[in-house]
Design a protein around this ligand. Structure first.
Ligand code: G6P
Length: 604
């Protein structure tokens, strides 16, 4: 969480820092700040609220022309939202200035020691101990002081640090939080938490690894482990709204393309199989795998739950799916025949990374389904499959989710065909997968119908979402989307489980969204619809085209096209994403940046 940026070059730092911060503003938006070196002096500006508040302050300030600076957008962990707690943080003498993403776990004990030594603290943050700790060791050389200070620190950090007394230099350090260095054609250096923030200035990128310290000067980049810069492969347009009012809507509407991108070149239709280049190196090991443990957080966890049904039904592999934050602290029984599969859009989620590392330690084969190329997870896994969904900026995940589902179907085919899945059954799956992008396109045309539906339901304060089997995780995901985007209370539940408690909530003021495609559990779901109807609960159903009978049971129906049962979640989730989006808009919420949340959760 939090975004850090930096600039060292011949241009004015402030506009470049602001552009980079804008591109990272999804990472934290409760306060922002920057520090710029201005003719031997440091100018630090901070503002509570979104980045525009900081821009406003900068506009009212003297002309800032310095060519070296750091910036930060904050998502508060330690200490409330205030200017004092906003980054950059400094030391007693205002010599050391730094921005931080991560958490310093032993900050309280360090603070106690530093206070006893006479250091004066100005904020409630964990970060501020770092500036004082570096001050303690500073004797004219910044990187030396940083190195000594970090030996005492426990936790996670991406850090960018400057010093008034060791000028023209940015020192960077990374442990478990992403940090990238961009290099422009003109030899300028940029620093960012996310590759998106490096465009349009940088052409090359160095992705820092854990425990590395880097020193940027006007002439040189020194990473304390030799590294070759790689080409920065990102399209500038990825981070633009392309005429849509919000990133979220743009990303929902891109799903036909992103599902297509996930499939492209990976289907062997005639063989009823999938080819996944990223798994080639572990192909033989995968044949031996007897158990898969999926770990993920948030929306990616719901994708993992769908994956569990797919892998067990079609590949015949016992599969567990865990919240990464739980898995890492339980005592999973894993051995060399187990694989750990981490699913993550960003590839930076701290809990998912930690869960993966824990399973690796126990000897499990590590696999990933990751969207961001070169992210920590993609580098930590032995093998994996990229989503190729393009940058996802909206804080609530949408296109990454349907892409994850598609990749999970491909993975199921791949592993299934290594085992007992017949060529005929494999062909059924490949044929349906091939049709999927067009079916997604059809579902996206429901947008105006769903917008109207939202007008009808916008004043309800509670919703229940239910589904069974492949669509049970979709009920959870639909409810999560509604909560995070519109702040409307929603419960996601297994339809069969509802009668064991949740049914008590149902009355005419508590609508239910029932995900009821015509599948192997349809009739069971209809029984649950009847139970709700008997208690006068309003019902919206997501049903398969052609199911006219359901109209007699429910108030409203959203029809999605027919597909193979295991692929129904890809289609049924889209109306739920649109429903949440329009609810959020109609209720005046900031759908791209929901309150209290951030896109990439790089803290525990
Ligand atoms: C955050 C985002 C969610 C996302 C989750 C996991 O909470 O707001 O949309 O699902 O992190 O992120 P990941 O990058 O690991 O998929």
């Amino acid at each position: 969480m939090c975004g850090i940026v930096g600039y060292l070059g011949k241009q004015k730092a402030v506009p470049i820092l602001l552009t980079s911060l804008q591109r990272e503003s999804y990472r934290g938006y409760d306060s922002a700040g920057l520090v710029v070196f201005e003719s031997g002096q440091t100018v630090c500006l901070k503002a509570v609220g979104k980045l525009e508040k900081l821009e406003h302050k900068i506009n009212g300030h003297q002309r800032l022309t310095g060519g070296l600076g750091l910036g930060h957008v904050r998502w508060a962990t330690h200490g409330g939202v205030s200017e004092a707690n906003a980054h950059p943080h400094t030391d007693c003498r205002e010599n050391i200035w730094l921005v931080h993403n991560g958490i310093i776990e032993n900050y309280a004990e360090l603070k106690e020691i530093l206070k006893k030594e006479g250091h004066i603290f100005r904020s409630e943050t964990d970060t501020e101990v770092l500036s004082h700790l570096i001050e303690k060791f500073f004797q004219g050389n910044l990187e030396e002081a940083v190195r000594k200070a970090l030996r005492l620190v426990r936790g996670a950090y991406a850090l960018a640090i400057v010093s008034r007394e060791d000028p023209d230099k940015i020192v960077l350090a990374r442990l478990s939080s992403p940090l990238l260095i961009g290099i422009s054609d003109r030899g300028e250096y940029l620093v960012a938490s996310d590759a998106n923030a490096l465009i349009p200035h940088a052409k090359k990128v160095v992705n820092m690894d854990d425990n590395e310290i880097a020193v940027l000067t006007r002439h040189d980049l020194l990473v304390l482990k030799e590294k070759q810069p790689e080409n920065l492969e990102l399209e500038a347009e990825d981070a633009q709204k392309k005429g849509y009012p919000h990133f979220m809507l743009k990303e929902i509407m891109e799903q036909s393309d992103t599902v297509e991108n996930a499939i492209r070149g990976r289907l062997l239709v005639n063989h009823g199989a999938a080819q996944l280049g990223g798994l080639e190196s572990v192909k033989e090991k995968l044949r031996e795998i007897e158990m898969i443990n999926i770990v993920a957080c948030g929306t990616a966890f719901h994708a993992g739950m769908v994956g569990e049904y797919m892998l067990e039904e079609y590949a015949g592999i016992p599969t567990n799916v865990d919240l990464a934050s739980e898995f890492r602290y339980r005592k999973p029984i894993l051995d060399g025949k187990a694989a750990i599969l981490a699913i993550s859009q960003s590839g930076e989620t701290a809990d998912t990374l930690a869960a993966l590392k824990e399973a690796k330690r126990k000897g499990a084969l590590s696999l990933g389904i990751v969207n961001v190329v070169g992210s920590s997870l993609s580098r930590e896994t032995a093998a994996g499959v990229y989503n190729r969904a393009g940058a996802e900026i909206g804080v609530a995940s949408t296109k990454a989710f349907t892409s994850q589902l598609t990749i999970l179907a491909l993975l199921t085919l791949y592993l299934g065909r290594q085992r007992d899945l017949s060529v005929v059954m494999g062909q059924r799956v490949t044929k349906e997968l091939k049709l999927l992008p067009d079916l997604v396109k059809r579902v996206l045309t429901l947008d105006s119908q769903i917008k109207k539906l939202v007008e009808k339901y916008k004043d309800y304060d509670d919703f229940l979402y239910i589904g069974r089997k492949y669509n049970y995780p979709i009920a959870l995901e639909g409810a999560l989307k509604l909560k995070e985007i519109s702040y409307v209370h929603a419960e996601g539940y297994g339809a069969g489980e509802m009668k064991h408690g949740t049914l008590a909530l149902i009355d005419e003021n508590f609508p239910t969204m029932v995900i009821a495609p015509t599948d192997s559990v349809y009739e069971k779901t209809v029984s649950n619809i009847e139970e709700i109807k008997a208690r006068k609960g309003p019902i919206i159903a997501i049903a398969t085209e052609g199911n006219e009978a359901i109209k007699n049971l429910v108030q409203d129906v959203i029809y999605v096209p027919k597909t193979l049962e295991m692929l129904t979640p890809v289609l049924s989730v889209i109306p739920l994403q649109l429903f949440a989006y329009h609810m959020g808009v109609v209720r005046g919420c900031d759908v791209d940046k929901p309150r209290n949340l951030a896109k990439s959760v790089t803290v525990e």
